[in-house]
Design a protein around this ligand. Structure first.
Ligand SMILES: C[S@@+](CC[C@H](N)C(=O)[O-])C[C@H]1O[C@@H](n2cnc3c(N)ncnc32)[C@H](O)[C@@H]1O
Length: 358
C-alpha cells in the first residue's frame, strides 16, 4: 500500500514576490519559519509580533501542533508532545528572526499565560537574550472552564429541565456563540457536591516577552554602529510623562485598582503609578472584515503602536512574521515606521490590505 502522506513541498531557495508592496509595507504570503531565513541578513530593526500561542484557539490549525508540524517538515516530531512541538516551532521562527535582525535589535512577542514558557525557551534557544516581560492586564477575557457539576450530571445521564442555553448563529468574529443563561439545578448527588467547581480561571493577563539579539560589543558601540540596542524610554512615556513600566493596564483594570484603593492626596492611585491606559480590546472599528472574513485574535492598535515605539528606532524597519489581520503593520505604518509582514493564511491578506489602504 502506498503512503497517503504527501511529501513535504520543496523549501524555497529565495523570497517569493510580495503580495503587498507599498512604500512602507511589504507583505509575504507564506510560512514564517521558511521565509524569515530568506530575508536579507541583519536588515531589520525590531521584531514586534503576536504569534500563535499554541492553545488550539477556537480549533484553528494555525494555533495547534498540526500547524506547527507543517512548518517543520525536516524535523522528526513524531515522539514529541504538543508542548515540545510548540517549543521546537518557536525555536525555528526565532532562529529565522535572529538571522534577519540587526545585532542588538529588540523583540516584543506576545504569549499565552499557559504556553509562553515554551516560547521564551524557543526564543532563548535560538540565541536571543531574554531582557524582560511586560504584563498586559485586561478585562475582557472569557473563562474557558468546564462546569463540573453539569458535566457530572451529563455523565450520569441526568437531564436538567431548568437549564437555559442561548445559541446565536450570528456571524460574529468567533463564529456562533453559546451563552448559558441559567445553569439549572444540579440533579444528582455527585453534581450537587461539585456545584460551583470548574477547570479554569478567567484570563486577565497576557505576557509580552522582551528579548534582544546579542550586541556586537557594548551597548554604546552597538547603537552607534547598528542604530539599535536600546529602548526608547522617552517615546514610551505615558501621558503624564512617567517612565514606561513592564505592567500595562487597560482602562477597566486601572479603574478597578482605583476602586479598590480609593484616592491618595486627592488623586486616584492609578495616576500615581506609570500606568498606560490602553483600549483593552479592539472595538468594532479596529476589526477589519473583507470577503466575509475577519480575524479572531485582533490586538489593540494603541498597544501595538506603543510596543513598536518602545523597541524600534524612529523610521526603523519592523518585522511581524504572524500578521493576521495586520494590526502590527497598520500601527507601524501610521507611526511612520517601515514594516515587513508574513502571513500564512491567504484569506487574511485582504484584511491586511484593507488596513493599509485605510
Ligand atoms: C495571533 S494571530 C495574529 C493576529 C494579529 N495580531 C491581529 O491583530 O490580527 C497569528 C497569525 O499567525 C498566522 N500564522 C500561523 N502560523 C504561521 C506561520 N508558520 N507563518 C506565518 N503565519 C502564521 C495565523 O494564520 C494567524 O493569522
Amino acid at each position: 500500500m502506498t503512503d497517503p502522506t504527501p511529501p513535504p513541498a520543496p523549501r524555497l531557495a529565495e523570497l517569493p514576490a510580495p503580495v503587498i508592496a507599498e512604500a512602507r509595507a511589504t507583505v509575504y504570503l507564506g510560512d514564517a519559519v521558511e521565509l524569515l531565513p530568506l530575508l536579507p541578513e541583519a536588515s531589520i530593526d525590531a521584531l514586534v509580533t503576536d504569534p500563535p500561542y499554541g492553545l488550539s484557539f477556537n480549533g484553528h490549525s494555525w494555533d495547534d501542533a498540526s500547524g506547527f508540524r507543517e512548518s517543520l517538515p525536516q524535523l522528526d516530531t513524531s515522539a514529541m508532545t504538543a508542548p515540545e512541538v510548540f517549543e521546537a516551532w518557536c525555536t525555528a521562527w526565532a532562529a529565522g528572526a535572529l538571522h534577519a535582525l540587526k545585532p542588538g535589535a529588540y523583540v516584543a512577542a506576545f504569549g499565552g499565560a499557559r504556553t509562553w514558557h515554551r516560547m521564551v525557551r524557543g526564543i532563548e534557544n535560538a540565541g536571543f537574550e531574554i531582557r524582560d516581560q511586560i504584563a498586559w492586564l485586561h478585562t475582557t477575557g472569557m473563562p474557558k472552564s468546564m462546569d463540573l457539576a453539569h458535566a457530572i450530571d451529563k455523565h450520569h445521564g441526568a437531564h436538567r429541565t431548568d437549564r437555559i442555553v442561548q445559541t446565536t448563529d450570528r456571524d460574529g468574529v468567533l463564529g456562533a456563540t453559546r451563552t448559558v443563561v441559567s445553569k439549572g439545578t444540579p440533579v444528582t448527588d455527585d453534581a450537587q457536591r461539585w456545584d460551583g467547581w470548574g477547570t479554569a480561571l478567567r484570563p486577565a493577563f497576557e505576557p509580552i516577552i522582551i528579548a534582544r539579539k546579542p550586541l556586537a560589543g557594548t551597548v554604546v558601540s552597538n547603537v552607534l554602529q547598528h542604530g539599535v540596542g536600546a529602548i526608547n524610554i522617552d517615546g514610551g512615556r505615558s501621558a503624564d510623562n512617567r517612565w514606561p513600566t513592564n505592567v500595562v493596564f487597560d482602562q477597566e483594570q486601572a479603574d478597578a485598582l482605583d476602586m479598590l484603593t480609593g484616592t491618595w492626596q486627592g488623586e486616584s492611585l492609578s495616576r500615581k503609578f506609570p500606568i498606560f491606559r490602553f483600549d483593552h480590546k479592539p472595538g468594532r472599528e479596529e476589526r477589519p472584515r473583507a470577503f466575509g472574513v475577519s480575524h479572531s485574535t485582533v490586538k489593540p492598535l494603541a498597544l501595538m503602536r506603543w510596543l513598536i515605539t518602545l523597541v524600534t528606532p524612529p523610521r526603523g524597519l519592523v518585522l511581524e512574521p504572524f500578521s493576521g489581520s495586520g494590526t502590527t503593520l497598520q500601527a507601524a505604518v501610521e507611526a511612520h515606521y517601515g514594516v515587513v509582514g508574513v502571513e500564512k493564511d491567504p484569506s487574511f491578506i485582504p484584511l491586511i490590505r484593507s488596513r493599509l489602504e485605510a
